[in-house]
Unconditional design. Structure first.
Length: 490
């Protein structure tokens, strides 16, 4: 978007662009979300920033009226496969909090100086400033949504000291942490540092079909799902966690609520980021639906399920295993195979709500050949991939780009273009993947009427979402017949 397109967006107070850019006003010294209800500033006084961190670094403070930090993130980090996009996915996952700037740079194959220069040029702020903005956002969310002690909020958000926490909150929001807490509009709080209830912001519309997608693939003891909820036990860098996400279609504003049953507070930013990725909460559904609706074959599907989401991955290595198990078999068969494989996993250290196991690590899978069922070649391929991940020879992650992920995975025995494409959709959030050889995609196309490009190139860069619609179209007759969804992939 150019300057005037953005200016028209703020003049229209268009909520769709909240989180996608920030408006800084020279005369007030504050920055806002595009939908801020304040009077539209003169164009001569406006500067637009790609990130809130860039506005912070330029000397602006967050607007107390529109709360620009309390918005969904930008979908650009998935659309962009450049260094800036890859870096932002890793920063959001808490890599700087755990490994520092040097660790982030090493994962991306750059020196810390090169990375700082690239991010400053592309996003207006360096990696430390970007991480600092993320900490401030997490801290604000915890302050207004929970009764956690201020010290716990500080360390859960990733600050290294109480002093750093206080100074950052005052600098960014022009308010002390205590004053920020008093701005909470309602009292939906929790009393424990490890049992939190938070609201997850997203852009409307939201299709809850993603819950059914996850529920059909849920592995007993590790995860559980319904048409409006999903719960999971998960291994994170500092310990085990357990969470539940619920959708209330009947309530005002249709809230998505995250309840964290247990987590090491140092892992909270990573958990929040991964849950948002899992439910694709930073997507721009209006832009996606508008593009897909231009294809006559998809118009009816978009009208039936506006705001369809593309499921992400809570753990990249786990997702690769699930994709390999799910190749060329039904969802039900893959779920059965993965349920058997789950016996190799460790018991959760924070069991509850029927979730008492963790998905097995790569090392555990590599040693669990006796638990695998199916064709010998597929079993050997899976064990080979698990051993490669356990030995560090391959390590798929959020910081990869499509070319790098392809080069990493395609040479593996038993991994073809479908597996790579599916992994890219769910690990990277890559929005423009079309799984042309997928059986359900072909069935979905046959279920539609109308003509168009066979690979749906006309709806780029949103072909991954077209794939989701085609899977649903292929499944619809089977669901009505009571036989369940039979498309591939786990």
């Amino acid at each position: 978007m150019d300057f005037w397109q953005r200016y028209r967006a703020i003049d229209a107070r268009d909520t769709r662009f909240d989180g996608q850019f920030y408006t800084a006003v020279l005369t007030t010294g504050i920055y806002c979300r595009p939908s801020c209800p304040a009077r539209t500033p003169k164009a001569a006084n406006v500067t637009f920033y790609e990130t809130s961190a860039a506005a912070h670094d330029a000397g602006y403070r967050a607007c107390k009226r529109c709360l620009p930090e309390a918005v969904p993130g930008t979908p650009a980090w998935n659309v962009r496969q450049d260094i800036a996009g890859r870096a932002m996915r890793l920063i959001n996952d808490g890599v700087i909090n755990r490994d520092g700037v040097e660790g982030l740079a090493a994962r991306l194959g750059y020196s810390s100086r090169q990375l700082n220069r690239i991010l400053t040029q592309e996003l207006g702020a360096g990696p430390l400033s970007l991480a600092r903005a993320g900490r401030a956002q997490t801290a604000r969310t915890l302050l207004v949504s929970t009764r956690m002690k201020l010290a716990d909020v500080a360390f859960a958000a990733g600050f290294s000291s109480i002093r750093q926490f206080n100074e950052t909150m005052l600098e960014v929001f022009d308010m002390t942490p205590t004053a920020l807490r008093h701005t909470a509009r309602h009292g939906k709080t929790s009393g424990s540092a490890t049992a939190l209830t938070l609201s997850l912001p997203y852009r409307q519309p939201f299709d809850p079909g993603i819950f059914t997608f996850l529920a059909l693939r849920s592995i007993p003891g590790i995860e559980a799902g319904t048409a409006t909820s999903y719960a999971r036990a998960l291994r994170l860098p500092h310990g085990d966690a357990r969470f539940r996400v619920e959708y209330d279609d009947g309530a005002r504003e249709r809230p998505l609520t995250l309840t964290v049953g247990a987590v090491d507070l140092r892992d909270l930013p990573a958990l929040l980021s991964r849950v948002r990725r899992l439910f694709d909460l930073d997507a721009d559904p209006e832009a996606i639906d508008s593009a897909l609706g231009e294809d006559g074959r998809l118009t009816g599907l978009v009208a039936e399920a506006p705001g369809i989401r593309m499921p992400g991955a809570l753990d990249p290595q786990e997702l690769l295993v699930r994709a390999m198990v799910g190749q060329q078999i039904t969802v039900a068969a893959a779920r059965t195979a993965l349920t058997g494989l789950s016996a190799a996993g460790s018991p959760s250290s924070v069991p509850g709500d029927g979730l008492d196991r963790l998905f097995p690590t790569s090392a555990q899978i590599a040693a669990a050949g006796h638990l695998l069922r199916g064709p010998r070649r597929r079993t050997e391929a899976l064990l080979h991939a698990a051993a490669a991940m356990a030995g560090g020879r391959i390590d798929p992650g959020y910081g990869d780009d499509l070319a790098g992920l392809t080069a990493m995975l395609l040479p593996l025995p038993g991994v073809g273009p479908w597996t790579v494409g599916y992994a890219a959709m769910r690990i990277l959030g890559a929005p423009d993947i079309f799984l042309a050889n997928d059986t359900a995609v072909r069935n979905g196309i046959r279920a539609l009427s109308g003509a168009g490009a066979p690979d749906f190139r006309n709806v780029s860069p949103w072909r991954s979402y077209a794939t989701m619609h085609l899977w649903r179209a292929a499944a619809a007759p089977k669901v009505r017949a009571g036989t369940g969804i039979l498309q591939k992939a786990m």
